[in-house]
Write a protein that binds this ligand. Structure first.
Ligand code: SAM
Length: 269
């Protein structure tokens, strides 16, 4: 059926991140994971030819589908245009404002995974079931002391609980991509640690992961200008010695917050 739709509309994909999910079993499992209630509004980013859209519309009160490619928007309109359960937004996901939604379920354009994920964290929603490139998904869900733990992991843990729920083979798509994929469950929640200034915290995490093999002490000294602390050479001795001797990959998110908060307070003096 999914192949029929590609053929009917003469869509080939393979460029602009266009790899259409054609494995019905996986499409069903994604929708199942979203546990959609009949009163919920679902956001879908990069709806493509609508194979996931169709299944989301079956379960939800309403689906908001964002798609940038005009040819695919025409396919979506042709398939579902007369349904009052669907709003199609023709535009770039990074430029449009999202209307209120309960859950986001999408097979994302992989080249802008990070930008989309952090844009989503600015909105209020209950659950995300999102397909990413496998390596990106690994970094998104990684915990401290693992090789995939990165700036992305710390940022994600600040905003949400994340877990990988499915690994997807290349053959599940048409055309098959060159990379493996994975579905991640994202449950947004307030962090269980305090962050005095969100931008300062996130910039600090980015700066120290820029030198992930260096101990925190060296990274902090190297970034004293970016951190806005002129007297860092002296002030650094007020930061906990045991954290300064670790590498970024060994710090828990709350330990980054502890350091960022202390430096931020000092900077404000
Ligand atoms: N949801 C479909 C599926 O599962 O078969 C298509 C997924 S495909 C990986 C990603 C989709 O995102 C494509 O339809 C592509 O045109 C669309 N897309 C790429 N960049 C986009 C952007 N910046 N804004 C909105 N849609 C975009």
């Amino acid at each position: 059926m999914v192949y029929d739709i590609l053929r009917k509309y003469g869509i080939r994909g393979g460029y602009h991140d266009q790899h259409f999910l054609i494995d019905k079993r996986i499409l069903d499992k994604i929708v199942e994971a979203a546990d959609i209630k009949p009163d919920e509004i679902i956001l879908e980013i990069g709806a493509g030819i609508g194979n996931l859209t169709e299944r989301l519309m079956d379960k939800a009160a309403h689906v908001i589908a964002i798609e940038r490619d005009p040819e695919l928007v025409d396919v979506l309109k042709d398939r579902f245009g007369d349904s009052d359960k669907l709003t199609i937004i023709h535009g770039d996901v990074l430029e449009v404002d999202f209307p209120p939604f309960d859950k986001v379920v999408s097979n994302l354009p992989y080249s802008i995974s990070s930008e989309i994920t952090f844009k989503l964290f600015r909105y209020n929603f209950k659950l995300g079931i999102l397909m990413y490139q496998y390596e990106f998904a690994q970094r998104l869900v990684a915990h401290a002391n693992s090789k995939d733990y990165s700036r992305l992991s710390v940022n994600a843990h600040y905003f949400a609980d994340t877990s990988m729920i499915m690994k997807i083979p290349k053959g599940a798509f048409s055309p098959p991509p060159e990379v493996l994929s994975a579905v991640v469950e994202i449950i947004p929640r307030p962090a269980d640690f305090e962050v005095l200034d969100e931008k300062y915290f996130l910039d600090f995490v980015t700066a120290v992961f820029g030198q992930r093999r260096k101990k925190m002490r060296n990274s902090i000294l190297r970034n004293k200008q970016l951190l806005g602390i002129e007297d860092m050479n002296e002030f650094i001795n007020e930061l906990p010695e045991e954290l300064l001797n670790l590498r970024p990959e060994n710090l828990e998110p709350e330990q980054f917050a502890q350091l960022a908060n202390t430096m931020f307070r000092h900077k404000q003096k």
